[in-house]
Design a protein around this ligand. Sequence first.
Ligand code: GLU
Length: 496
Amino acid sequence: MNKKIRLRFAPSPTGPLHIGGLRTALFNYLIVKKMKGRLVLRIEDTDQNRLVKGSQSHIEDSLEWAGIKCDESPKEGGDYGPYKQSERKEIYSKYIEILIKKGAAYYAFDTKEELDSHRKNHELKGKTFIYNFHNRHKLNNSLNLDKEELKKKLDQKSYVIRFKTKENCTVKCRDLIRGEVSVSTKEIDDKILFKSDGMPTYHLANVVDDHLMEISHVIRGEEWLPSLALHVLLYEALDFKKPHFAHLPLILKPSGKGKLSKRDGVTFGFPIYPLSWKENNTIYRGFNEEGYLPEAVNNYIAFLGWNNTDEKEVYTIKELINDFSINDVNISGAKFDPEKLIWLNFQHIQVMDEQDLSKIISKEMETEAEDALKMSRIIKPRLKKVTGIKQAFSYLMEKPIIDQKSLSKITNEETKNILVIISNFFIANKKVTNSDLKSKMFSELSNNKIKPAKAMPIIRVALVGKLEGPNLFDLINYLGKDETIERLSLLQEIIR
Ligand code: GLU
C-alpha cells in the first residue's frame, strides 16, 4: 500500500503571516486533504536575531481563521515533535557532526572584516566573491589548519560551520511546477550550516527536519528556489531520500510590476494580512477586520498561481480540495487584484448560511438575532464586506438623515403633492397585504396621473435618506406602514 503523503508549512516567526504565506499554507492544505495525508506546522525559529514577538501566534491564529487545520504542530503535538526548531537543537548538532566527520562540512573562522575585504577586492576586479572550492584553500578555515591550530581556534568558540560544496558539477532536481532545474556548483557558495551559538541555520535545520518528519512533498514560495540545489546536495551528503519539490510563483503588485509588499497594502488601501497586526504603533488591518470572509480569501488566493480548466470562479473549500492540482500551477507571477477579491467576497456572502450571516448582522447592528434575520433579506444582496454594516444600513434602525444632494434631485413643484398622495395612500391602506401593496400603490399613482418613476425616488429619499438602497417594497415591508408614514411626513416637513 502507498504510504500517506506528509506535507508541511514551515514559516519563520519573523513577522506577521502575509498573503503569500497564507497561500503556501492553503496549497499544502488542499493537497493534504485531497490525498488524505497529514499537514505539519513547523516553526522555523533558528535565527534568534530575526524573531519578532507575537509572530508565532499571529501565524497560528491566521491559519485558524482561514480554517487551515494542521494535524501536527507546536500546539497539537504529534509523533514527530518538537515542532519548533529552537527545541530541536541537539538533533541538529548530531547531524552537523556527521557532516564534519564525512568531510562534507568544515569550520570557518573568517571575520566579518576579512570577508568584507575579500568582497571589495573582487569587486575592484569586476568579480563576485563566492566562498567555495575556488578559494576555500586560501581562506581562514579548518581545511587549511593542522590539528593543533584547529583545536586552539575551536576553543575560542568563534566559528561557523560551512558546507563543502562539491566541485565543478551540475546539480539536477525536478520541480513539480517548473520541471527540471539544474544549477552548476560553481555558482553555489559554501553556505553556513551552523553557528557557534549552537544553532543551525535555516538550510541544515530545514533539510534535517523534512527528513525526520518524513515530509514527502515540499511546497513553498519561489524565493526558496535558489536554495534548492544546496538542499539537494545536503540530502545527498546526509544519505537522506529527497522529497518532491514545488516552488510557487511570486505574488505581484496589482500593476504586475514587482513583488507585492506590505507597503502596497497601505498605499492602495487593501489588507495583506489575514488578521490585523500592530507594528511601531501602526495597525495594519487584516482581511478579517476589513470584512472579508475566510472562504472568499481562500477562494481568491487559490487562484494566485493556479488555473482551473473551466470557467468556474466561485469555489467552496470542498470544491477547491476536489479541483486543485499542483500540476496546474503556473510558473509566472500572479497579480494581486483587490477588486476581484471584493467581487468574490460578495459572491460568498450571497451563498452564506442565513444563520451565520444574521449572527454577523446582529453583532454589527447591535440587535436581536430575530431582527437581524429580517434585516438580512435587505442587507445581503447589497453586502460586499461584512463590516461597516451599521453605518451603511443605519436607516433600518432609525430615521435617516436626508442627504442634501439627493434631496435637491427630487425636489420640484410636484414633489409636495406626490408626497401627500403617497402618505394618504398608506394611511388609507394600512391593512393591505404586502403582496398587494405594489399594484395598489401603482394604480393610485396612475389615478393621479403620476408616473412611478417620479414617485419612487421621492419615497426612497424619505425612507433611506438618499437615492440608493434596497428594493423599496422589501424596505416598506421591513419598516412597516406606520414607520413609512412617519418618514414620509418628515420629508414633507423638510420640503415645506
Ligand atoms: N522558514 C522558511 C520561511 O519562512 C520556509 C522555507 C521552506 O518552506 O522551506 O519561508
